[in-house]
Design a protein around this ligand. Structure first.
Ligand code: PLP
Length: 444
């Protein structure tokens, strides 16, 4: 990378975003660093959103961004889709939240149960974090065991047992293999004792570790497509091997499909043809409003059944299954027909091929990851198969690429990954690819 490439992109950014700078400075008076959300902040300060329309996000400085971040992949129909806006206006006028169920609850639940192979019963939450927390609690209650197994580099939300070995620094890694490392100061050290960590895409090692800990494990929680690793899909044999191992050892298998659900009408479990015991959901099922859900086998979900003398596991939440989220989510799910998934995923394939070609053309080493409508870029010549290989990516260059793309009016996740929306066509794919070429010319 050219020296000072990142600094030059930051200078360019600051010239384009004076209002954002002022607003972020003002926000610092009231919020630490001016921020409430990790993924909505980047150095030196984030753009400040004014509005979204279709494929574009507009900032307060008057810049337009072709948005491939789409609120962490959640806005699969793009910003302010007229049908979603209409459903929300109608519901807002009828009331936004009640201490009573609405007809919408069973409607969206039926769509999810019909489509997702593992989901016989489902419950709604307000975030993916709560969804994974409750699925894990269900697995513990069902099995009577308390430890969980997760993969190194896997993100499943911010609660204590999920926040283990998500992004451990290279210096903390045991060369022998994954260990349980709490993510943050402030977590009790005991969380590490409750978590067994596994290497992604390594069936032999994972199986060995699971076997050794089976007597104390309730579940394995994992993503079939590892979002924090640039949407790296699991090797199919690895995924089916983990299913076999968990079945053999009597552990519940939880798929965190908070992100990967957008891969197919029935989620990534349908495309891989691997059915877990439990599934966690979020993002697209809320139509752009706060949401999460967990569901799975009827006998496990029966723990939450309040009839017959009360639920074994109580689960409350002031805004669980609120009608605003359900109304928006139902519009989105009904819009997502099998033909749309097919078109979107084919376009994802085209984008990944075109990105590969640009990096090859400019002789910049890169691994393009992703599947379905997801993509990720890792600046490394080595194949990316797990957390440790993803760590080899040139972070400084990736930051310069991210910032350069912002300056070109293209918004990705800071890790240089993203997702398509149903509004994406060849035109937007080519615009992204051309912007990557332009930025690589500047920085490499
Ligand atoms: C795979 C995965 N699981 C869980 C979560 C947590 O969801 P939420 O941010 O809605 O709490 C996320 C959020 O990005 C996620 O990507």
């Amino acid at each position: 990378m050219k020296s000072n490439a990142l600094e030059r992109e930051i200078e360019r950014f600051q010239l384009r975003t004076p209002q954002a700078r002022t607003l972020n400075d003002e926000a610092k008076e009231y919020l630490p660093g001016g921020s409430s959300r990790g993924t909505a902040w980047f150095d030196p300060y984030p753009i400040v959103a004014d509005r979204g329309a279709g494929h574009y996000l507009y900032d307060v400085d008057g810049n337009a961004y072709l948005d491939f971040m789409i609120n962490a992949t959640s806005l699969i129909l793009g910003h302010a889709h007229p049908d979603v806006v209409g459903a929300l206006q109608e519901q807002a006028a009828r009331g936004t939240a009640f201490s009573a169920p609405t007809k919408l609850q069973a409607k969206l639940a039926s769509i999810l149960c019909d489509r997702i192979p593992s989901v016989e019963r489902v419950r709604f939450t307000n975030s993916g974090t709560e969804g994974t927390l409750m699925a894990i609690r269900a697995a513990r209650a069902y099995t009577g065991r308390h430890k969980i197994a997760k993969f190194e580099g896997g993100y499943h939300g911010s609660h204590e047992y999920a926040a283990v070995s998500v992004r451990p620094p290279a210096s903390a890694l045991d060369p022998e293999g994954p260990t349980a490392i709490p993510e943050h100061p402030g977590q009790p050290p005991s969380v590490a004792e409750g978590v067994v960590t596994l290497p992604y895409n390594n069936l032999e090692k994972s199986r060995r570790i699971l076997k050794a800990h089976a007597h104390e494990l309730a579940c394995v929680i994992m993503e079939p497509i590892a979002s924090a690793l640039g949407y790296l899909p699991a090797d199919p044999e690895f995924l089916s091997g983990i299913r076999e191992a968990t079945e053999e050892l009597g552990l519940l298998l939880i798929f965190d499909e908070v992100q990967s659900f957008r891969a197919a009408p029935g989620g990534a479990q349908q495309s891989f043809n691997v059915v877990p015991d439990m599934t966690c959901l979020g993002k697209i099922i809320g139509g752009g409003l706060p949401v999460g859900a967990f569901g799975g086998r009827e006998d496990v979900m029966a723990l939450f059944d309040p009839t017959n003398g009360g639920a074994e596991v109580a689960h409350a939440g002031t805004f669980n299954a609120n009608p605003m989220t359900l109304a928006a989510g139902t519009v989105v799910m009904e819009a997502m027909t099998p033909a749309i998934y097919q078109r979107l995923n084919a376009l994802g394939e085209t984008l990944r091929a075109k990105l590969r070609a640009v990096f090859d053309e400019l002789e910049v080493p890169c691994q393009i990851t992703g599947t379905a409508s997801f993509f990720g870029m890792h600046i490394t010549s080595e194949p990316v198969t797990d957390y440790r290989s993803a760590l080899r990516s040139d972070k400084a260059m990736r930051n310069a690429l991210f910032m350069g793309l912002v300056n070109e009016g293209v918004l990705l996740q800071e890790s240089c990954s993203g997702a398509l929306s149903t509004l994406t066509t060849d035109t937007e794919v080519d615009a992204l690819v051309d912007a990557v070429r332009e930025v690589l010319h500047r920085i490499s």
